[in-house]
Ligand binder design. Structure first.
Ligand code: ZN
Length: 268
């Protein structure tokens, strides 16, 4: 079977491919109907699409059988890149992050460290075992590149708590910028790993883009899909990685984070 990868950055390619797997579903009569009516083709409300209750699930199935993989990007600030190539991308592990938190802030009152962990308690369990990825790395670095600047969101939240307790002291968040290397992993996720709800979201986004093309009515909303994987992503799915030099920084003025580490021992 031919392996095809859905690369969200290549809009022309995935729009052009629709006819190969859903040409019968989105037939000329449907196009004419949309051209005439010119509805707003939202992705979160598909009622503009005739017979959408049946059509969307059917489209979703065709999409999933056409593509073997979805290309996705994971922003992080790892201290050990080699482990990613050995063990793959591992789901969020609160215990490990808490241990690292205690090491990094060993000079702070242990009661305060515990207090920060306790206050974020439920959050660490709800996110356990999950990995966040996005379909477009450029957008990620512009809009939510802070994972590559600060590393784990959970670790950042812990450091932020700590800073709040110690209002006139150090801003502990900056310590996270002294360890690790800002990194973006490029991963081909097997379509089977993507949860049904997220598959439907991607299908909706593709249908919306297709509809906007047909009607010529562009809604100007083109955020990439987000993939939350429950469980680990095997090392074999990692296609590449790089170290971004410029990342939009939402936590500090003047807004652009410049990284001076652009190579690591695992760089090809
Ligand atoms: Zn590298």
């Amino acid at each position: 079977m031919r392996q095809r990868t859905l690369d969200w950055r290549n809009r022309r390619s995935w729009l052009g491919s629709i006819r190969f797997y859903a040409g019968e579903l989105l037939d000329p009569a449907m196009r004419r109907h949309l051209e005439r009516k010119r509805p707003k083709c939202w992705s979160d409300d598909l009622s503009w699409l005739p017979n959408h209750e049946e059509l969307v699930p059917a489209f979703c199935e065709l999409l999933a059988s056409y593509y073997s993989y979805a290309k996705a990007f994971h922003g992080c600030r790892p201290e050990n890149l080699r482990s990613y190539y050995e063990h793959g991308l591992q789901g969020h592990q609160p215990d490990r992050i808490q241990a690292r938190f205690r090491e990094l802030f060993h000079d702070v009152d242990p009661n305060q460290l515990q207090k920060a962990i306790d206050e974020l308690g439920s959050r660490s369990t709800s996110e356990k075992g999950k990995i966040w990825l996005t379909g477009d790395d450029r957008k990620m670095l512009d809009d939510f590149g802070h994972y590559s600047i600060n590393g784990s969101e959970y670790l950042l939240s812990l450091a932020t708590r700590l800073t709040r307790f110690d209002r006139y002291g150090e801003d502990y968040r900056w310590r996270l910028r002294e360890i690790g290397v800002p990194t973006v992993f490029e991963v081909d996720i097997p379509f089977a790993f993507i949860r049904p709800r997220q598959r439907t979201e991607v299908a909706n986004m593709i249908l919306s883009a297709w509809g906007q093309n047909v009607t010529g009515k562009h809604l100007g909303m083109d955020s990439p899909p987000c993939y939350v994987i429950h469980g680990d992503v095997p090392a074999g799915c990692i296609k590449d990685h790089y170290h971004p030099e410029r990342i939009m920084d939402v936590h500090r003025e003047p807004g652009m984070y410049i990284s001076n580490i652009t190579r690591c021992e695992m760089c090809a």
